[in-house]
Design a protein around this ligand. Structure first.
Ligand code: PGA
Length: 247
């Protein structure tokens, strides 16, 4: 089972910041048994590729992908474009896409269909809102998301399927879920995944939501956690490397 340490830079970086990010970063050891993936904005994917191209331990991902192959979709990025830019991973269904750009599980399912027939591996985000959490319906919400997202997906053993459980109330708030909650939700999700017909494909389950270099080791000690999707703490190269180093 692979482990993953994934950076979601969102819309924060610029070329100067990327230059300083990689100054020391590339000199570090990347000998952990864990894949390190960086997801820049689409404008910076090629720029980051030029930095990391000789480092075989760092991979590139996109923060989104269009559910259409090509056409008149202003502002969107297609699978072909991601492939041309050496992206081997793509985040789909991030809560910010859902909340701010009205994406739903059906869109995420369409994006997964596109990725499933390509060499690009999906990083599928699911998570409950704070209202849903407070109403005690977290597990039902997550189960429903997984069922809709995986509807009609023909799992392939050549692909890496990565799910990130990201409670929306924990994203960017500095307040991660506690370890008991993460353990119980991850155990629940792994059971659901076992019930889905995944053709025995490996499906990894990451945690995301205010992971930082202080709480990473404790969360990683939970057996059911196969890695992290990290926003804020991934913007600082030292912090991100410290988290990677805990694997
Ligand atoms: P955060 O973001 O680490 O800043 O909470 C996580 C995410 O949005 O994936």
């Amino acid at each position: 089972m692979s482990k993953y340490c994934i950076a979601n830079w969102k819309m924060y970086m610029n070329r100067n910041k990327i230059d300083s990010y990689f100054n020391d970063f590339l000199e570090k050891d990347f000998d952990k048994n864990c894949k390190l993936i960086i997801c820049p904005s689409p404008m910076h994917i090629d720029y980051v590729y030029e930095k990391i191209r000789t480092n075989k331990s760092i991979f590139l991902g996109s923060q989104n992908i269009s559910e259409h192959e090509n056409g008149a979709f202003t502002g969107e990025c297609s699978l072909e474009m991601l492939l041309e830019s050496n992206c081997m991973y793509s985040i789909i269904g991030h809560s910010e896409r859902r909340e701010l750009f009205n994406e739903n599980d059906f869109n995420v399912n369409s994006k997964l269909q596109i990725l499933n027939n390509s060499p690009v591996n999906p990083i599928i985000c699911i998570g409950e809102t704070s209202d849903e959490n407070e109403s005690g319906i977290t597990k039902a919400v997550l189960k429903n998301q997984l069922i809709k997202i995986f509807d009609n997906i023909d799992f392939k053993d050549t692909k890496e399927y990565i799910i990130a459980y990201e409670p929306i109330w924990a994203i960017g708030t500095g307040k991660s879920a506690d370890t008991e909650t993460i353990y119980s939700i991850h155990k629940f999700l792994k059971n659901i995944i076992n019930e889905i017909n995944t053709n025995n494909c490996n499906i990894c389950l990451l945690y995301g939501g205010s992971v930082n270099d202080n709480n990473a080791a404790e969360i990683l000690s939970i057996n059911e956690v196969d890695g992290f999707l990290i926003g804020s703490a991934s913007l600082n190269a030292d912090k991100f490397y410290n988290i990677y180093n805990k694997f």
